[in-house]
Design a binder for this molecule. Structure first.
Ligand code: SF4
Length: 268
């Protein structure tokens, strides 16, 4: 059995982009205290929206001020001294306000939050093809269900780039959650995949056919097999340089780099 027993979509994507980075993070389990401010902001916005829907689920409709106060509170509480701003000229406050804007826009667009929300921040533990040796994990931002087997899997994105319809139709992450959902519930009739690009208030929806889900399962299994083969043979996980190196915290470990990442010097 591989030392990696459960895979995630983001882990498998990171293997595709740079096998060396994948190895440092997921096999060697080298944890860095550093965090990019984009990721930090994204997590706080997710938590604020989670709070919003947990209030709605408890029968309360919070005012926007209450959500923003919660956001400010968790931002301050979770702030630490290894958060990097890679882009020169940008400040901590800019990102804090960006998060506020995302939440306020989402609130305006979605109130009074009448969707039938079944779960928020749902942890998924599932198998590809029902095979125990291909276990996956993931967290669904939100799951809606109309009570008649029609589900919607929602995902919030705070990043700069919104997916085009074509990209959403090919994206694997929410499709994997659909596989998990269909494995865990018997009443699934129809599943929509819904992305909220909260920076712009853009919503993109997509659906998958059975064949597409099978194809995705096949490609994920293939990647897992490749990783296991590398591990078994003790072969190197190649370092693939790209623009993503600018956001990588493994320069000290990376055979292609020297010293620490100069793009992440700006601790606040
Ligand atoms: S610095 Fe670049 S090549 Fe090296 S591990 Fe990170 S992403 Fe890969």
């Amino acid at each position: 059995m591989s030392i990696l027993e459960r895979f995630s979509y983001s882990g498998l994507e990171s293997y595709k982009k740079c096998p060396a980075q994948f190895k440092f993070r997921y096999i060697d389990k080298i944890r860095k205290p550093d965090e990019g401010i984009e990721a930090f902001t994204g997590k706080r916005v997710h938590e604020a929206l989670e709070f919003l829907y947990s209030e709605v689920q408890s029968g309360r409709l919070p005012f926007i001020d209450g959500i923003l106060d919660h956001y400010e509170d968790i931002w301050k509480r979770k702030w630490h001294d290894r958060i990097a701003i890679a882009k020169r000229g940008e400040r901590k406050e800019d990102y804090f306000h960006l998060g506020e804007d995302c939440i306020a826009r989402f609130y305006r667009k979605n109130q009074p939050f009448a969707e039938r929300v079944e779960g928020i921040e749902l942890e998924m533990d599932f198998m590809l093809d029902g095979d125990e040796s291909y276990r996956m994990k993931g967290i669904m931002d939100r799951l809606d269900h109309d009570g008649n087997g029609n589900y919607e899997i929602h995902d919030y994105k705070t990043g700069k780039r919104a997916l085009s319809q074509n990209q959403a139709d090919k994206d694997g992450q929410l499709a994997l959650y659909q596989i998990a959902l269909e494995q865990q519930r018997e009443d699934v009739q129809d599943v929509s995949l819904v992305w909220h690009f909260v920076r712009y208030g853009i919503v993109v929806k997509s659906k998958r056919t059975k064949e597409q889900l099978q194809q995705l399962t096949g490609s994920m299994k293939k990647r897992i097999n490749e990783i296991r083969l590398h591990e078994k043979q003790g072969s190197t996980f190649p370092a693939k340089e790209s623009i993503l190196c600018n956001w990588c915290y493994y320069w000290e470990e990376c055979p292609q780099k020297q010293g620490s990442n100069p793009f992440i010097p700006n601790y606040q």
